[in-house]
Write a protein that binds this ligand. Structure first.
Ligand code: HPA
Ligand code: ZN
Length: 326
């Protein structure tokens, strides 16, 4: 019980969450009504029952359907504000938030509508609670590199609101090298670089994300342990892994909480962090991820502090801001 309190109360940073994945079913229905968007589900309960995923793609299909209710800047604000309240309750002091512009621009919602709504909520949380935050724009890897380059172009008027770029959506069959040119361009622009790799895809995708995209963090990365040389390299170079345990269970990367490789990743000397990924879909916000893993696995207070420390060390906060938390 004391350990649970430590997990909940320790200051932490969240580095891997998709803001569209924080849309709770109740808010999806409220926004659908407000915007007169038709959903293929009759009720909140029916939608929630559809959250029985078999793999990443089965989740993504529902996640994109849920995001279809977001039309106006206020919708993006309300979604982000709801997430920030949960993050505050979980004592998240700093959040780096992914958003998927193409999920919106491909439906005719302007880039600015999405980012301005998200950014205004982050600004309010900073003013009201002192919570710090940053926005990472993700390219959808099932779409073309040309589409990603076009999205980068659209983002330029909002350059000051974006700290970096990432790569998400369907991993298998869409290796990092597909996006080598757009990531090179982002690096020239001074954007920080991350990519999802080694969630469902092979360890090789982690290696190519590092070597060809030059990413600074790996999102998920849990399959690295299949490749001992790669694991050693990640440990030696202190490449952070933003691990999302409940996501991995819900998307069947591991069968059950007790089968998760979090302890093995820590024992291998990796800079692991714990995150919620898509909290509305995977059964909990960041503290729920901590509590469920610590209940099921041989983890103690020292692991808790190490994970919290890692979350700040791996963040894109500047050295001075980081120092406050380390
Ligand atoms: N993996 C890939 N793409 C995603 C995810 C994820 O876990 N969540 C939202 N988009
Ligand atoms: Zn993710």
């Amino acid at each position: 019980a004391a350990l649970r309190e430590t997990l909940k109360q320790m200051p932490k940073a969240e580095l891997h969450m998709h803001i569209e994945g924080s849309l709770e079913p109740e808010l999806i229905f409220a926004l659908a009504e407000r915007n007169q968007v038709k959903l293929n589900y009759a009720s909140v309960e029916e939608l929630r029952r559809a959250y029985a995923f078999t793999d990443l793609q089965s989740f993504l299909d529902i996640y994109y359907a849920g995001a279809s209710v977001l039309l106006k800047e206020q919708d993006f604000y309300d979604m982000t504000w709801a997430y920030l309240q949960h993050a505050r309750e979980d004592n998240v002091k700093h959040a780096e938030i992914f958003f998927d512009p193409q999920t919106h621009t491909d439906r005719g919602v302007p880039f600015g509508t999405a980012i301005n709504g998200i950014h205004r909520a982050l600004k309010d949380a900073r003013a009201e609670w002192g919570m710090s935050s940053a926005i990472i724009m993700c390219f959808l890897r099932h779409l073309s590199e040309e589409a990603a380059l076009e999205t980068l172009e659209q983002s330029m008027p909002y350059r000051d609101k974006i700290i970096g770029v990432g790569l998400d959506s369907s991993e298998r069959g869409h290796p990092p090298e597909k996006f080598a040119r757009v990531f090179a361009r982002c690096k020239e622009l001074g954007l920080r670089l991350v990519a999802h790799a080694g969630e469902e895809g092979p360890p090789e995708y982690i290696r190519t994300a590092l070597d060809l995209l030059k990413v600074e963090r790996i999102d998920h990365g849990v399959r690295c342990l299949e490749d001992p040389a790669l694991t050693q390299r990640l440990a030696r170079d202190k490449v952070p892994l933003t691990v999302c345990p409940l996501s991995n269970i819900k998307l069947r990367v591991f069968d059950k909480v007790g089968d998760h490789n979090l302890v093995k990743l820590l024992d291998a000397g990796l800079t692991v962090t714990v995150n919620s990924d898509d909290p509305a879909y995977f059964g909990g916000y960041v503290n729920e991820n901590f509590v469920q893993m610590f209940d099921a696995l041989p983890l103690d207070k020292n692991h808790a502090y190490r994970l919290a420390r890692n979350s700040f060390a791996a963040s894109f906060l500047d050295a001075q801001a980081k120092q406050k938390f380390l």
